[in-house]
Design a protein around this ligand. Structure first.
Ligand code: FAD
Ligand code: FES
Length: 334
């Protein structure tokens, strides 16, 4: 069974199955609804319901309060239609970036390597090309379940068949402990859906960009760095990768070589719990030491929420405009 959901201002209604989140149907039809986490934890995808009935399913109370439900708001990534509906998006629909339709993909694991402490690189060869923006992510489907988990592409969009992911172990986690770090092996088939998210390189910046990744938060930044350098999109790029000890860092040689080949690319790995030949301290403190002013610059932050909060604070102290601070938070599923 399906219902017709019209996004106010759009010509054609979406056909949405009764058990399908409105966001999923919209992105498959290449109709853009601003979104970030696709799992009900960020609130970016809020819609106003102008007419019709919605099922909020398990939209968390901390993202969508009782008052907001009374005000006819809904989370597009969670809510399914109970009738034909008309909805309005709250965020900007045209953010100036090309959007690519969401699709289901199948592929095969071609590489699975331990690259740092409790961290694996997973490479998937897709059966067909995926068009995406540097910075976006996919949802990997845990076999034999309906569980999907988000992982950012580390490869640039110029490699549309070979997707690279950096995955950190969550002890007891369904996708990581129960699958990627236990039963998954090279040659296994994989199902995923993508691309998702709006963590993108904004290309009209004339000033330098600072990229800060914590742990596997390096993944989308690697894609952005490669894309930017290959197409000369940002005049100056500073990549910071934070970890606790040397065993937490990876791809050091790769980025060192890249910085030797490109005068405008600077790479600064930082360790918070070990003194070594590189920068020592919390990655955000290292950034504060390196820049006396970040006015006019932009930043791309990715990793666990506490790191992002600290980085935003540090950059604002250095006078970076909040609208030029872009972030992807690796929030755990609700
Ligand atoms: P779950 O079964 O979801 O979690 C098990 C338990 O651990 C739960 O109680 C949960 O609340 C808790 N938990 C889970 N994660 C954490 C945490 N970080 N801190 C504290 N408690 C936690 N991860 C990557 O490694 N690489 C990526 O590129 C990546 N990209 C992401 C992109 C987006 C947009 C989002 C939202 C998340 C991303 N993540 C990424 C996180 C990833 O999607 C999973 O949440 C993570 O791998 C844990 O999944 P799991 O099924 O193993 O654990
Ligand atoms: Fe829907 Fe985050 S709550 S995209």
């Amino acid at each position: 069974r399906t219902h017709r959901v019209t996004i106010a201002g759009a010509d054609t209604p979406l056909t949405v199955a009764v058990d399908q989140p409105i966001l999923d149907a919209a992105l498959r039809a290449n109709a853009w609804i601003p979104h970030s986490c696709t799992q009900g934890t960020c609130g970016t995808c809020k819609l106003k319901i102008l007419s019709g009935e919605v099922d909020h399913r398990n939209s968390p109370e901390y993202t969508l309060t009782a008052d907001e439900r009374d005000d006819a708001l809904a989370l597009a990534c969670m809510a399914t239609p109970r009738s034909d509906m008309v909805v309005e998006t709250l965020g900007a629909v045209d953010d100036g970036v090309p959007h690519h339709p969401l699709r289901d993909y199948s592929g095969t694991v071609t590489e699975l390597d331990d690259i740092a402490a409790s961290t694996r690189r997973l490479v998937v060869e897709l059966d067909s090309d995926m068009t995406f923006n540097a910075g976006q992510y996919c949802e990997l489907i845990v076999p034999g379940s309906a569980v999907g988990r988000q992982y950012s592409m580390a490869n640039p969009p110029s490699e549309p068949r070979r997707l690279e992911f950096h995955i950190k172990l969550t002890p007891g986690g369904v996708a990581t402990d129960g699958w990627i770090f236990s039963t998954l092996t090279v040659g296994d088939p994989i199902s995923l859906r993508g691309p998702l998210g709006q963590f993108n390189l904004v290309t009209d910046q004339e000033e330098a960009a600072i990229l800060i990744g914590g742990g596997t938060g390096l993944a989308p930044l690697k894609s952005i760095v490669r894309h930017s350098l290959d197409h000369h999109l940002v005049p100056e790029l500073y990549l910071y990768h934070g970890g606790r000890r040397q065993e937490d860092l990876y791809d050091i040689e790769y980025f060192t070589r890249l910085s030797q080949r490109h005068d405008n690319f600077h790479y600064r790995p930082a360790l918070s719990e070990e003194t070594w030949s590189g920068a020592t301290g919390l990655v955000t403190d290292v950034v504060l030491d390196d820049f006396s002013s970040c006015k006019g610059m932009s930043a791309y932050l990715c990793g666990p929420p506490p790191m992002i909060t600290a980085a935003v604070k540090a950059l604002k102290r250095r006078r970076m405009a909040p609208r030029l601070i872009f972030r992807e938070e690796f929030t755990p599923a609700a």
